[in-house]
Write a protein that binds this ligand. Sequence first.
Ligand code: NAD
Length: 260
Amino acid sequence: MTAERSAIVTGSTSGIGLAIAEALARSGHDVMLNGLGKAEDVEAVRAEMADKYGVEVLFSGADMSRPDAIAEMITTAEQAFGKVDILVNNAGIQYVAPIEEFPPEKWDQILSINLSASFHAISHVLPGMKQRNFGRIVQIASAHALVASPFKSAYVAAKHGIAGLTKTVALEGAEFGVTANAVCPGYVLTPLVEKQIPEQAKARGISEEAVIRDVLLAAQPTKRFVTVEEVAALVLFLCSDEAASITGATIPIDGGWTCH
Ligand code: NAD
């Protein structure tokens, strides 16, 4: 039996995306997972989620830097689930370096995965959502969609771009029951952040402990990492019927980072 609503969560083999996919499956949505990872690890996650929550869980290995692969992933989901009600654009990468040392190919890669992929995915799901008068598009942006930090030029540019794209989609979908919102987490301890701790240490010439204390959590008044479960709970609410009037919003979930 297929669930009433179905979702695609990009970049859901790890971190925040995995927690969002799990929350959607737990609350009865069919889910298409996506992301990188070893085939047997991904299959184990997929099978366990389907078994545990009794929903259909599929996996697409589509590379979010490839528009043709994104289109194929969405066609596959639409065929398998009959429709796609929810799109969570979450896949993202980071690279930390001063602008004058920032490799141009890293700039292009971050813009394509963190920004353009979202446009391509939205352009494919929107016609069906508008036709059915229901759709939920959630962009996992970042506090870096609202403020900047040094050494993250491509990431900050892409995330600010996501905020603009979200507002445009919100306006275009408003009369068709389609909402679009950007969730803006502060620091969440996922592989993406774990990887940048040594990079930040190198760029700033300080120890890794100092990066956690004086760079990452210095920005977050709560002095603790946001959890993936907290982000997933917010996304789940934005996907609900009750969130129909929340659209075009950039919503911080950052322990107070962007309020000062
Ligand atoms: P993560 O590294 O744990 O997960 C990233 C996911 O994206 C993985 O599933 C990975 O396989 C996938 N991915 C990467 N490149 C891909 C590609 N080319 N095609 C398909 N999938 C690809 O990182 P995370 O921290 O969970 O990040 C998820 C999102 O949350 C990102 O957009 C990130 O910018 C955003 N975010 C993270 C934090 C944080 O502190 N961790 C804060 C704010 C926003």
